[in-house]
Design a protein around this ligand. Structure first.
Ligand code: PLP
Length: 443
């Protein structure tokens, strides 16, 4: 039922805009059925093909979904509703494991790095016309990538991973193109894809990364790009193994036109080696953010890729922000070159907390996952109920809806705020909250 909201317009773009306005204002609520195409066409006095085109646009923009004979409905989480808004506000007294933030105690002190950046800036201020990437930053980032087996390529700097991924997608894809994404996967990316007018196509994964059979299926079906998280996958903690990387490279080799984007989210916070996929497709990019090891507020990510991709990214960036401030770049160079963080120490700290929680849950008969990074993913059969019951017992966790497309339900627990004494009471609360029906996988 549409209630009072009247869809208007004569052209497909006007009809689509009218529906989107209704969704944005809340008049067309999530789950609401849109009128059948013929009915709306006769109401508006337009050709049914015009309405079909409008619905297609809305589907591609992630505003509505179509379920065969049951017709089209407003998506339960339309692209205009960011998944991030599905967060649980932790009331006073409730421990917040829902935000996915790093442990502040593991982040480096910025005093010295900021002072060093200011001193360097005083000697040579950043000006229009300067190179967009500081040579010192490029050299250090590239050397680290060389050591990890990332194919050679020029370097660009963006304002975080999502900014980098958006720029790479926009460099090659056009509205309506399909992008294969991990499911469950990072909510920011799952929101970004439809926001760019692209279609997200889900690919299931296990602890070793995306399932090759599924990747093959979606690439054969025409997906133009694939985004893979190499390490510390959000929310499951998966990390691409050497064996899985070889399998995925074999699949990708059959699709050399596909744009491959790797998000090495675990860089500097994990102790597992990188097994890059890059090099088998013509167009590729690998992104590394400093957010998790050095602090989310630094807003800086480096990316490398094939020459055309990086050139397009840099060229388009020039017409917007221009470059990422060299004050920030100088700060990051100082943090890197002074060894301000020790990846092994960070990996051990998160690893001990993840493993303690997974073991404690296992002892209570609750399967949970977290091979790398700062999150533990618990498959559940009723995520809304689980989140509510955990909140009642003093723990705020992230509902799986923030990360899921078609994959089974789950909740994400970030271990950053946990100490050893928290593990047993938290595991007790989770075991009680998930109830007796316990799914065993997330694929
Ligand atoms: C999978 C993944 N990659 C990268 C990032 C870092 O993103 P950004 O650099 O945009 O802060 C996050 C943050 O949550 C993430 O979940």
């Amino acid at each position: 039922m549409l209630g009072e909201y009247r869809i208007s317009g004569r052209r497909a773009s006007e009809i689509a805009a009218s529906v989107e306005r209704g969704v944005g204002s809340g008049d067309l609520a999530p789950g609401h059925a849109l009128p059948p195409m013929r009915e709306l066409a006769s109401l508006l006095g337009v050709n049914p093909n015009t309405v079909a085109a409008a619905y297609r646009t809305l589907r591609e923009r992630g505003v509505i979904e179509t379920a065969g004979r049951r017709g089209s409905r407003v998506r339960s989480s339309p692209a205009s509703t960011a998944r991030g808004s599905l967060r649980i506000e932790a009331p006073p007294g409730v421990r917040d494991l829902g935000e996915g933030n790093p442990d502040p105690a593991l982040l480096p002190d910025l005093d010295e790095a900021l002072a060093a950046a200011a001193r360097s800036y005083a000697r040579q201020p950043g000006m229009y016309g300067d190179a967009p990437v500081l040579p010192g930053l490029a050299a250090f980032a590239r050397a680290a990538m060389d050591a990890d087996g990332v194919p050679a390529g020029p370097l660009a700097v963006a304002s975080g991973s999502l900014d980098a991924i958006e720029r790479v997608l926009s460099a090659h894809l056009k509205p309506g193109d399909a992008v294969a994404v991990e499911d469950p996967g990072w909510g920011g990316l799952l929101d970004l894809v439809p926001a760019l007018g692209l279609r997200a196509v889900p690919v299931a994964l296990d602890e070793e990364g995306p399932l090759p059979g599924q990747v093959e299926r979606v690439l054969r079906a025409g997906a133009r790009a694939l985004v893979v998280t190499d390490r510390a996958q959000n929310p499951t903690g998966a990390a691409v193994s050497g064996r899985r990387a070889a399998e995925l490279r074999t699949v990708l080799a059959e699709h050399p036109d596909v744009l491959l984007i790797e998000d090495d989210h675990g860089h500097a916070i994990v102790d597992l080696p990188l097994h890059p996929l890059a090099g088998v497709t013509e167009r590729w990019a690998l992104v590394r953010s400093v957010a998790k090891a050095y602090g989310p507020d630094l807003r800086l990510a480096v990316l490398t890729g094939d020459a055309l991709t990086v050139d397009r990214v840099t060229g388009r960036q020039r017409l917007g922000p221009g470059w990422v401030s060299t004050l920030l770049q100088r700060t990051v160079v100082h943090l890197w070159t002074s060894g301000a963080v020790d990846a092994a120490v960070i990996a051990r700290s998160y690893g001990e907390r993840r493993q303690a929680l997974i073991d404690a849950l296992d002892a209570r008969g609750v399967p949970a996952y977290g091979r790398s990074g700062m999150n533990v993913w618990v498959p559940v059969s009723d995520e809304t109920g689980t989140v509510a019951r955990l909140l009642h017992s003093g723990w705020a966790v992230a509902p799986g809806a923030r990360f899921r497309m078609d994959s089974p339900q789950g909740v994400r627990l970030t271990v950053s705020p946990l100490t050893a004494t928290d593990i047993a009471p938290l595991a007790d609360a989770v075991a009680a909250a998930v109830g007796p029906v316990r799914p065993v996988s997330y694929g």
